[in-house]
Design a protein around this ligand. Structure first.
Ligand code: BDR
Ligand code: CA
Length: 314
């Protein structure tokens, strides 16, 4: 059965790859792409989503603008990773199709309306801070009944954070939103740094994608050339984690990943550990399990899937 999804993102280089992977997959129907402030300010993330869909010739995909800031904190952005525009890259600039515009309806109202009006249950796929999802759940808690699963990129269960020693970026930016989602009772799957750091891009992967010989795979390479600069320096390796497409890969081929259903709660306020995902892997707290936390990824299968899907795009 085709999985109906709302992709909630903050593009972002790896978000862009998540959009491409979803758009290339006939097993998935994208009901809409909702944007949130995260890697860059909201105007940039919306514009970047428009750019990606223009490039892959999918201007039929509707793009919605959501929250420009987290629920309580000021927005913290990651220009140091994604550049000034949030999607800096070498090569020709992408000119958005002039007839292709962001929708008037807000992302929050779109999420609510879609959940309520679609007869099938929907997968929510957040690859940025969880603000839009949390605000939708707050505004209309009844939408829970129509959400099959929320598969999100965020958190770090048994490894270091990437924004502070204890926190991963998406959860760090809006920890309050993360707790609203974690408390929702909706089936949740967390694709945290534990798995995304097992799915690494390097020169070999970029070359292999280029064998597809289409403009979307070339675009992938251009994006990755920029995106890998920061990571190579930080991690002192040639490998760069490709976080966000893990969410879509999981929907397409769940057995690429392995994990465990455990309790997860987020530290909201501590100066030192804001945004830490407290993952009770051993069940020592006896708190009720609320989230499937992925811990293992098969990178060979992941990149086979990605290459195959990108070859289906223009
Ligand atoms: C997450 O933060 C962002 O920079 C990426 O797009 C990804 O969603 C990784 O920590
Ligand atoms: Ca992201």
């Amino acid at each position: 059965m085709i999985k109906k999804i709302i992709l909630d993102c903050d593009p972002g280089h790896d978000d862009a790859v998540a959009i491409m992977l979803a758009a290339a997959s006939s097993e998935i129907e994208i009901l809409g792409i909702t944007c949130v402030g995260g890697n860059s300010g909201l105007n940039n993330t919306v514009n970047n989503a428009l750019k990606v869909c223009t490039l892959i010739e999918r201007t039929d995909l509707k793009i919605f603008s959501g929250s420009n800031k987290p629920i309580h904190y000021d927005l913290f952005t990651a220009e140091y990773v994604h550049g000034k525009t949030g999607l800096d890259k070498k090569g020709d600039p992408i000119i958005v199709n002039p007839d292709y515009n962001v929708q008037e309806q807000s992302a929050i109202d779109f999420i609510i309306e879609t959940c309520k009006s679609t007869s099938d249950q929907i997968y929510l796929c957040p690859t940025g801070p969880l603000t839009n999802i949390a605000l939708s759940l707050q505004k209309d808690p009844s939408i829970k009944n129509n959400i099959k699963e929320i598969v999100f990129m965020g958190g770090a269960a048994m490894c270091l954070g990437n924004t502070t020693p204890s926190a991963e970026f998406n959860i760090y930016v809006d920890p309050h939103a993360a707790n609203i989602v974690l408390d929702s009772g909706i089936p949740l799957t967390m694709m945290g740094l534990d798995v995304t750091h097992q799915v690494n891009v390097n020169k070999m992967i970029i070359n292999s994608m280029n064998e597809n010989n289409n403009k979307s795979s070339k675009f992938f390479g251009e994006l990755m050339e920029f995106y890998t600069i920061f990571h190579k320096k930080l991690y002192e390796t040639e490998d760069t984690p490709l976080h966000d497409p893990c969410v879509i890969a999981y929907l397409l081929e769940p057995n690429i990943f392995k994990g465990k259903l455990v309790n997860v709660i987020v530290e909201e306020n501590s100066k030192l550990t804001r945004g830490e995902t407290i993952v009770d892997w051993l069940g020592v707290t006896k708190r009720k399990p609320n989230c499937m936390v992925m811990s293992h990824a098969d990178d060979k299968k992941f990149f086979e899937l990605l290459k195959n899907k990108l070859s289906c795009l223009p």
